[in-house]
Structures are given as C-alpha cells and as structure tokens.
Write a protein that binds this ligand. Structure first.
Ligand code: G3P
Length: 217
C-alpha cells in the first residue's frame, strides 16, 4: 500500500520524506489555505521535493476552465496528478485530461457508483472520503470494501486512494482490504510511528546502560 501525505505543509512533508515514508502528496484548496502562503509557490516546492505523485486540485467548476487549469497545474512538475471534483464537468475534464495522458484524481467520492463512473472516465485515482462518511453515521470503510470488490471484478486500472483518514485504525483496515493508497494527515502518521511500549522499552534500555557505565567506573 502506498502512503501519501495529505498536507501542503512543507516542513511536515520534509520531515516524513526524510524518513523515507512518502510515496506521494495530496493537497486541496483548504490545505493550501491553512498554510497562508502563495499557493503557486507552495505547489512548486512540493512537486520538486517529492518523487511520487502530487495531487493538485482545480478550483474551476466549468469543464473548459477545469481543463485549462488542469493543463496549467500539470506544468508545475512532471509528477503532478490533476485533482478534479466528482461532478459532471469534473468527469468530462477527467476524460479529456486522461486521454492526453495527464493523470487525474477524482475527489469528493462518497458512493460506489461515483467511483465506478470516475474509473470509466479514465481516472488514475478515485478518492473516497471515509472520515466524512463516518462523521454522518455511515461506514466509510464499507465503501472502500465495496469499491475494491467492484474494481477487481472488472480489472479497472484505477487505484483507490483512501482519503479523509482520521486515525491509525483506518490505515490498518484500508491495508487489510488491499486499498492501493492511503493519504494521511501528518498527525495520523505520527500516531502510527508511536507506541507506548516502544517508549517504555527505550527508557529501560537507556537507564540500564547508564547503570552499567556507572558500575564500570
Ligand atoms: O484530501 C482531503 C481529504 O483527505 C479530506 O480530509 O479530514 O478534511 O475530511 P478531511
């Protein structure tokens, strides 16, 4: 399973990339807004820092403008994946960009039917938002299970990119189901690294080592 970081924060991307953990990045307008910097400059920095796919999202809602914006975003770097929303214009733009060999991530997916239609339009990735489904009392992971089952029946090349991930158990469940990619907020990746028994074990090893050093004086 590939791990993407769901952020536009350069320091967080650098921190996890230095650990060798990142296969790619996903951004969206809200994540760029959170950084409060020139979005074009941030997007350029991200694409140059990362070898893997970097999703950059269009903010146009009309087909022609989406395609033009997608083409402009694609010039930001050779690892850019153009992210479009799951709308009729978004599907049309996905089809046009994909037919020009520009990879597309269709975002804001909340049903299996939407995922199938995005795959039919040529999407490289579909992004179901599982946390937002959980928030309204649905089972986000059940949607991932259903999409993967359908894609396997028909040998779709489209990859399921699990988004809106809220906690480490989401990641384990996505991996058990065989999801292709999870995109994680930095705090979830931090939680995956940590375990209290690791900290207790390390404290104990270091304490014993200090005692050993003192006993040798
Ligand atoms: O890529 C954005 C997606 O992951 C949304 O996450 O936490 O805003 O639902 P969230």
């Amino acid at each position: 399973m590939k791990i993407f970081l769901d952020t536009a924060n350069i320091d967080e991307i650098r921190r996890f990339n230095d650990m060798g953990l990142l296969d790619g990045i996903t951004t969206n307008p809200s994540l760029l807004f959170r950084e409060g910097q020139d979005p074009d400059s941030v997007m350029r920095q991200i694409t140059s820092m990362i070898d893997g796919d970097v999703s950059l999202e269009v903010v146009s809602t009309k087909y022609e403008e989406m395609v033009q914006e997608g083409l402009n975003l694609y010039r930001t770097g050779d690892n850019v994946v153009v992210k479009v929303p799951m709308t009729p214009d978004g599907l049309h733009a996905c089809q046009t960009l994909s037919s020009r060999n520009i990879p597309v991530n269709v975002t804001l997916i909340f049903s299996a039917n939407q995922a199938v239609l995005a795959a039919k339009s040529g999407a490289k990735y579909v992004s179901p938002f599982i946390g937002r489904l959980d928030d309204i009392g649905h089972d986000g992971m059940d949607l991932i299970r259903t999409i993967l089952e359908i894609f396997r029946h028909y040998d779709f090349d489209t990859q399921v990119l699990v988004a809106s991930v809220r906690h480490p158990l989401h990641v384990v469940e996505a991996a058990r189901l065989g999801a292709h990619v999870v995109t994680l907020p930095p705090n979830v990746l931090d939680k995956m690294i940590k375990h209290p028994l690791t900290d207790i074990g390390l404290d104990s090893f270091l304490s014993d080592w200090r005692l050993l050093q003192e006993s040798q004086k």
